[in-house]
Design a protein around this ligand. Sequence first.
Ligand SMILES: NC(=O)c1ccc[n+]([C@@H]2O[C@H](COP(=O)([O-])OP(=O)(O)OC[C@H]3O[C@@H](n4cnc5c(N)ncnc54)[C@H](OP(=O)(O)O)[C@@H]3O)[C@@H](O)[C@H]2O)c1
Length: 313
Amino acid sequence: MSGQQAISRRKFLTNSVAATTAASLPITAMAQQGVHSRPIPGTNDYLPLVGSGSPDFFYTTPEGATNSAAAALVQTMYNAGGRMIDTPAFFRPNPPVLGQIIQDLGMQDDLFLMGKITVDGAEAAQRHLDLTISNLGRETIDVMMLHNLRDYENTWPVLERAKAEGRVRYIGISEATDRISNDVVEDFMLNHDIDFLMTSYSMFRPQVEERILPLAADQGVAVCAIEVFKTLDDGAYFSVTSGHELPEWAAEFDAHSWAQFALKYVLSHPAVTTSAIETSRPRNMIDNMGAALGRLPDAQTRSRMYAHFQSLS
Ligand SMILES: NC(=O)c1ccc[n+]([C@@H]2O[C@H](COP(=O)([O-])OP(=O)(O)OC[C@H]3O[C@@H](n4cnc5c(N)ncnc54)[C@H](OP(=O)(O)O)[C@@H]3O)[C@@H](O)[C@H]2O)c1
């Protein structure tokens, strides 16, 4: 599997220098310690618990800038033990720049890459799939998902065929906050053979714990959590925690920041395989990757975390 290939020592050392420059934090120690990973159910493919979402500069080079900040971010994730990126969908006029960035870094075959179909119609979906794979400089992609179940009667067969042809290793669906109901997701899961579910899951939106996550566990579906810090606004979680001290008992499960508190809540759910967390800052990337280290809260502590967060909101 491309995303699971061992890192060569030469690449690791080269990358370590670049990311140390980028963030001046003990990431080498972090990678050596080893971030926790979980298997995609029924396979020997292991994913680190934390991966990267797609900040704006993965889509477009900022005006008057180069792609160096985006490259530093990818490098930082890699050196901290991260291997997974939820790549930008093709919904803007220009192709995303991430593909070129990972090829310039020589990393495209070392990463576990996910993509999404965000168009209607079989032909457009096929074009979307082809563009996504070629933009990443690969022959295949690890995961391709249908976003918000768009036009699924016509677009899902495109994914099934691509999997049968070996161009996509895992297929699934993705959904963002309340764009489609849990009933629709559940119905789709019960009637289609999916490998992956990307779902909005956080202390703001724990409802997926009721039926969706147990169903994923029952069916052996891998789960990638997104929008861990979000309600309808990006980063809304931090406006709730702002000005509050992290409780001392967070140290009992090795959470050292509010970001790690939110992440460890989500990652400690047994049905969750990984997460795609969006940040544009290497420092925050390291913070987020840190949630994949150390202990995770048990069920009783998770209830305490949820109650504590509610008391702040
Ligand atoms: N939202 C959607 O519609 C949607 C749809 C499909 C897929 N996704 C996937 O989900 C990913 C997650 O995106 P999201 O929109 O749900 O956002 P999110 O990951 O819940 O939160 C992102 C926000 O949190 C901030 N942040 C990240 N780490 C932080 C830290 N350690 N400390 C403080 N602030 C931090 C970021 O700001 P900084 O940049 O300043 O760190 C950004 O404002 C997307 O990139 C994409 O891959 C999202």
